[in-house]
Ligand binder design. Structure first.
Ligand SMILES: [Zn+2]
Length: 484
């Protein structure tokens, strides 16, 4: 990609998953896996005569996020009605914020390939989630649309950035940092399906802004942006115009599709929600929340580097997922070899998690069991190679490493007598290689490999090499040859 400058801005809608109830009523916010339209009441459905009342905890959670994003907090915030007709909103307006949002003018520092960059936050505001539309197959060919209002009224925090990102990779880095911040604050669990959704806007070479709505995963944000950059560049190259419009990301086909001409702000006819009073946010409240903030990812990274002697990169990989960082710290506290423990977590465990497409919380064992496995390696009971295999079986079965090792006959063979038996067998079966090894040291490694294979890789490679070399030297001596 060259030449034309890309500008990307994000609007992230983050569900406050730490709350048990919705934003303006007492309906349960636990909607995942529930039958449709059971978590609803006159207030969240917007039936005539019902009145919303603000969940104080929702404000507290949003304030945490705003402070963690280094924002200026408005002492008075006002809720507005955003009016639009769409089947996911039974009351035809969404309670949101417009003028006087909760907070403005923050920033987040991201790191892409070792290069730091500051992304400005334009505003952080609160709003309620709309319902959920369920399509049969693809949005543009579905013969009907089903609607589920269980999600309607769930508290959302919307984080709007300035168009400071210049590549899909920067957008992804921002989203990962935001997700990590929300998880460290324990406000929103980014691993829940649909808990973080994104609208992106993108323009090329100062041209028209195109918006892509409702992308539900980070990977897809990166893919949708890459596709959209290519589409717009192709239009510009052909001398055609990029239309100002809202597009939909079709994850199945991997393309964006035009949905509608972009609404202008005036189309929403924003006006202050007459059923809710403006909310005063006192200095005391802000200070109380500020002092309750936990350690955030940037501070944690610095501490991990300092306390465990990790590299900046290792600390970054760990803190990209709070649960992974927690797992590492627990493991290091039990096993006590942070460099090894970090390598096991980010190289072995993380690879298995990605391969199986599961989260740390889905693991059927704790850091204690991984420490037990690493103690087995330290004591020479199993080889490092076997340990990797056992870890894989742990992820698959949740069994204790000792039990897996016993059940599968995995141990470390380090007795010289025992290894000699395997060596005799291999020398008997590979006479040609033995002859070659007598003449050439390099062939010894081939024989060692055969012996290890014979022991199902359980033998200690170093001792095996010594035993094989000794045998070859003896054979050379028998024939009156000097060792090479
Ligand atoms: Zn309700």
């Amino acid at each position: 990609m060259s030449g034309l400058q890309v500008k990307i801005g994000l609007e992230c809608h983050c569900q406050v998953t730490s709350l048990k109830t919705k934003m303006f009523c007492r309906c349960s916010s636990d909607y995942r896996g529930k039958p449709p339209n059971v978590n609803v009441c006159p207030t969240c459905l917007g039936l005539p005569g019902s009145l919303p009342y603000l969940n104080r905890r929702a404000v507290e959670e949003a304030l945490k996020v705003a402070l963690a994003l280094n924002c200026k907090i408005n002492r008075k915030m006002v809720f507005y009605r955003k009016n639009y007709f769409y089947p996911d909103l039974s009351k035809n307006f969404q309670i949101s914020q417009y003028d006087f949002p909760l907070a403005v003018d923050g920033y987040v520092t991201i790191n892409v390939n070792g290069r730091e960059k500051t992304i400005r936050i334009r505003r952080v505001h609160m709003e309620e989630d709309p319902g959920r539309l369920v399509y049969k197959g693809r949005i543009d060919t579905s013969p009907y649309t089903l609607v589920d209002y269980n999600r309607m009224g769930i508290a959302l925090i919307e984080v709007v950035t300035e168009p400071d990102m210049e590549s899909p990779a920067e957008a992804k880095a921002f989203l990962e940092e935001l997700r990590s911040i929300l998880e460290h604050l324990e406000v929103s669990d980014g691993s829940l399906e649909g808990s973080m959704r994104c609208d992106v806007n993108i323009s090329i070479a100062g041209g028209t802004r195109v918006e892509i709505k409702n992308i539900s995963s980070f990977k897809d944000v990166e893919k949708a942006l890459a596709y959209e950059i290519m589409r717009q560049r192709n239009l510009l190259r052909m001398g055609r115009e990029v239309k100002r419009e809202t597009r939909h990301w079709d994850e199945v086909r991997g393309i964006t599709v035009a949905l509608r001409a972009k609404e202008e702000e005036m189309d929403y006819r924003y006006f202050p929600e007459p059923d809710l009073v403006p909310v005063e946010i006192s200095d005391d409240f802000i200070e109380k929340v500020r002092s309750s903030l936990p350690e955030l990812p940037s501070a944690r990274r610095a501490r991990l580097v300092e306390q465990y002697n990790l590299t900046e990169y290792e600390a970054r990989v760990l803190t990209a997922d709070k649960q992974l960082a927690d797992f590492f710290e627990k493991l290091a506290s039990i096993h006590g070899k942070p460099k090894v423990d970090c390598s096991v977590v980010i190289n072995e465990l993380l690879r298995l998690l990605n391969e199986k497409n599961i989260e740390v919380r889905d693991l059927k064992f704790t850091p204690k069991e991984v420490a037990d496995l690493l103690f087995m390696v330290d004591e020479g009971v199993v080889s490092w190679k076997s340990a990797k295999y056992i870890l894989r079986r742990m992820v698959e079965t949740g069994e204790h490493p000792k039990k897996i090792a016993e059940a599968e006959g995995i141990r470390r063979i380090s007795s010289v007598e025992e290894i000699e038996k395997f060596v005799s067998k291999v020398f008997e079966e590979h006479k040609g290689d033995v002859e070659a090894a007598i003449k050439d040291d390099k062939v010894i490694h081939r024989l060692v490999g055969e012996v290890l294979k014979e022991t199902r890789m359980l033998a200690d490679p170093k001792i095996t090499f010594q035993v094989v070399s000794k045998r070859i030297r003896e054979l050379r001596a028998e024939r009156g040859l000097a060792s090479a």
